[in-house]
Write a protein that binds this ligand. Sequence first.
Ligand code: FES
Length: 145
Amino acid sequence: MVDTFDDFVEQLQSQIDEDTRQTYGEKVFQRWKNPRYLQVIADPHGYAKETGSCGDSIEMYLKFENGRVSDIGFQTDGCGTSLVCGSYAAQMAMGKTPAELTEIGGEDILTELGGLPPEDEHCAFLAVAALQSALEDYVSRRNKD
Ligand code: FES
C-alpha cells in the first residue's frame, strides 16, 4: 500500500535499482550510482567529444604532468552504461603515459565490468573512442608547440 507520493517514488526507485542490479551486476550498479571522474576540467591538455551511432556523446578531458595523466574528467549525455564506461575509461587512464593510453581498448572496459548486455557493449567502445581522441588532441597540440 502506497501512502504518499514520496513513498511511491521511493518504491519506484527501489524497483529500478533492483532491476539494474539484476541486469548489469553489482559493479556496474555501484559505479552508476557513484560515477567517479564525472567532471569538467578547465584548460585541458587534451579534449574530445565523440558521438556514437546511438546518438549519445561522451566528452573526455585530459591533463598531463611529468608525461603521465595527472587529472581526467568526462561528461556524457547518454545512457547509464555510458556513465559507467566513461568513468572506468577515466579510471584506467589515470597515471598512464600517452603510449600506455593507446593500449586501452573497449574490450578492457568490458572485461573490467565482467561484461555488459550485447546491446550495451558499444557504450564501452564509445568511451574509449573519446579517450583516444582526447589523446590525439593532446599529441597534436604538443606537436604544434
Ligand atoms: Fe548510446 Fe550507451 S546507448 S552510449
